[in-house]
Design a binder for this molecule. Structure first.
Ligand code: SAM
Length: 286
């Protein structure tokens, strides 16, 4: 049996390059031994907020130069970091979780790769994966769509865009905007199962699952605090047979125009709109 030893463990000093290091999303114990080792032996750390990363380093008993970096940093600051990586081990962290996941870093990684720098990524905590595993929603296919837009119309448009995707949808959300998003989900994907995963890995972690309407009622009565991963179950296409779709169409046609009824049933089931429209016309004729 052979054991592959990671490059960074072969000597006291880390090889030069860029090390992308995941940090905890709440519980400070959620950091890997490899991450601690690389943080302890690197030349310095590029981070979003030196106060946040400074706190983590103090907790770990590590002292390192911290360089403020985000995607709005000047190109010359990025160039300086890439220059350093030619001869030193530079770590990239974000405030929490996996860098680059709704966090800064992709420009730095792209520039580093273009400059021929060795880039290594150390896996660890990530809120979307933690939320997905906790939710009980299907996880064989999922789509992470980042933060929902803050404006009502843009939020609804984005949700309508992804409504027919046959995968669990995952969004990042904040407490003050949760109810608006749940209402928009109810409008665009009525009846779909939704999970709200809140304060993951922290003292008041909770994961609540239900219809958008039920969750809207709950969080209107109990305004949520803290950080949230919002998940929407896939459309029911796989388990929907023609009779189920017919029943939904018949029901919708009682109160809506054919085009509206078809749009609603397509959102609920993920079934093809054209086929549903043809079926709606047939049902009308009979
Ligand atoms: N890079 C991070 C990651 O790997 O998950 C995400 C950073 S993004 C700027 C911050 C968002 O992630 C929060 O608004 C929230 O939606 C989600 N998030 C981060 N920590 C969380 C936690 N402990 N519980 C629930 N959601 C969390």
């Amino acid at each position: 049996m052979s054991v592959r030893v990671n490059r960074e463990h072969q000597s006291e000093t880390l090889s030069a390059g860029l090390y992308i290091v995941a940090t905890p999303i709440g519980n400070l114990a959620d950091i890997t031994m490899r991450a601690v080792d690389v943080l302890a032996r690197c030349a310095g750390i590029a981070c979003e907020d030196t106060r946040v990363t400074g706190k983590l380093l103090r907790h770990l008993g590590i002292s390192k130069p911290l360089w403020r970096y985000n995607d709005h940093s000047e190109p010359r600051d990025r160039a300086k970091l890439v220059q350093r990586m030619q001869t030193e081990a530079v770590v990239l962290v974000s405030d929490a979780g996996t860098p680059l996941i709704s966090d800064p870093g992709y420009r730095l990684v792209r520039d580093a790769r273009e400059a021929g720098i060795t880039v290594t990524s150390l896996p660890g905590a990530c809120a979307l994966i933690t939320g997905l595993t906790l939710s009980g929603l299907p996880n064989d296919r999922f789509m992470f769509a980042g933060f929902l837009p803050t404006k009502d119309k843009a939020r609804r448009d984005m949700l309508a865009d992804v409504a027919a995707v046959t995968a669990t949808l995952i969004f990042y959300e904040t407490g003050p905007r949760l109810v608006k998003s749940l209402v928009a989900i109810e409008e665009t994907m009525p009846g779909r199962e939704v999970s709200v995963a809140r304060e993951l890995t922290k003292l008041f972690e909770e994961c609540r699952t239900g219809t958008p309407a039920a969750l809207t009622a709950h969080y209107t009565a109990h305004p949520p605090k803290g950080e949230i991963v919002l998940l929407v179950a896939p459309p029911l296409e796989a388990s929907f047979n023609a009779d189920d779709a017919d029943a939904l169409l018949v029901d919708a046609l009682k109160t809506m125009k054919a085009s509206q009824a078809v749009a609603q049933v397509a959102r609920m089931t993920g079934l093809d709109r054209k086929a549903l429209y043809a079926r709606a016309m047939e049902l009308r004729r009979h």
